[in-house]
Design a protein around this ligand. Structure first.
Ligand SMILES: [Fe+2]
Length: 276
């Protein structure tokens, strides 16, 4: 029985998301999946050089429309058959019930991630393993997304093992309430209207440091097994490194983005908003 643990204008947390048998099957999927360094092809700068060695599995898509937008396949071209068979729901793998559950709940998150078919057409899903020492520095999810989710698939967690999701307080979002539009740079100082100032934070985080220290408070979410977190766009967030106390245990998560439909991405780019 899914339980809503907490909900703010920026995020929502749910526990007991999958029935026990499906949760166990997703853990088996996590064990069977093939992983590579998240930097296998090049340095993905969201992970700073001090963020350890996280591993990522294959990227899956909740439907063909999402696979199309994410892979930049135009609507008149056919998706490669192998991509559909291996990566698009239903994949025939034990992760399918999780994708199904997220799809079924999507309509209840309008205030966090926008409206299905208008603001997002589906979502991605990728397994990650964060071993001891791995984390993810503070960042914003930008680009062709309308929100993100994290599902914790490891069977056990201990409060001493680290790996918490950290979400910074944002006074602008609180002040504006329902009127907050994460796509509008004029509404929030988290989105610097002069976008060029954000560039290069992976080598010099002066701007980010200044912004986050202005308030310097926030919320943490423990990576509790079978927990799902929905995160709105435009929240500064990060993952605390998995601590030395975790030993050989890994923080195993399935993470994805709610993907803006092609038309929405193009319209946003035309306004000079974060690029698709
Ligand atoms: Fe993120």
């Amino acid at each position: 029985m899914v339980t809503e643990v907490t909900r703010t204008p920026a995020f929502a947390v749910y526990d007991d998301v999958l029935p026990a048998a499906e949760f166990a099957a997703v853990w088996e999927y996590m064990q069977r999946a093939n992983y590579a360094s998240v930097h296998q092809q090049m340095w993905v700068k969201t992970w700073r050089l001090s963020d350890g060695a996280p591993l990522g599995g294959p990227v899956l898509f909740s439907n063909e429309a999402t696979a199309r937008v994410a892979n930049r396949v135009p609507s008149h071209a056919a998706l490669p058959e192998e991509m559909v068979r291996q990566s698009v729901f239903p994949t025939g793998q034990a992760i399918d019930p999780l994708l199904e559950t997220i799809t079924a709940q999507g309509a209840g998150w309008d205030d966090l991630i926008g409206t299905q078919d208008r603001d997002w057409c589906g979502f991605t899903a990728r397994a990650y393993l964060y071993p001891q020492g791995a984390g993810l520095s503070w960042h914003l999810d930008l680009g062709r997304y309308s929100g993100a989710y994290i599902y914790y698939a490891h069977p056990d967690w201990n409060v001493k093992w680290g790996g918490e999701l950290m979400i910074a307080d944002d006074p602008d979002r609180e002040r504006l309430g329902a009127a907050f539009d994460p796509h509008d740079p004029a509404q929030t100082s988290i989105y610097n209207p002069d976008k060029t100032k954000r560039f290069g934070q992976h080598l010099d985080n002066t701007w980010e440091n200044k912004k986050l220290l202005e308030t310097g408070t926030g919320r943490y979410i423990m990576p509790k097994p079978n927990r799902l977190v929905i995160v709105s766009l435009g929240c500064a967030h990060g993952i605390n490194p998995v601590s030395i106390a975790a030993g050989d245990k890994v923080r195993a998560s399935v993470t994805g983005f709610f993907i803006a439909p092609e038309a929405t991405s193009a319209a946003r780019a035309a306004k000079g908003l974060p690029p698709a």
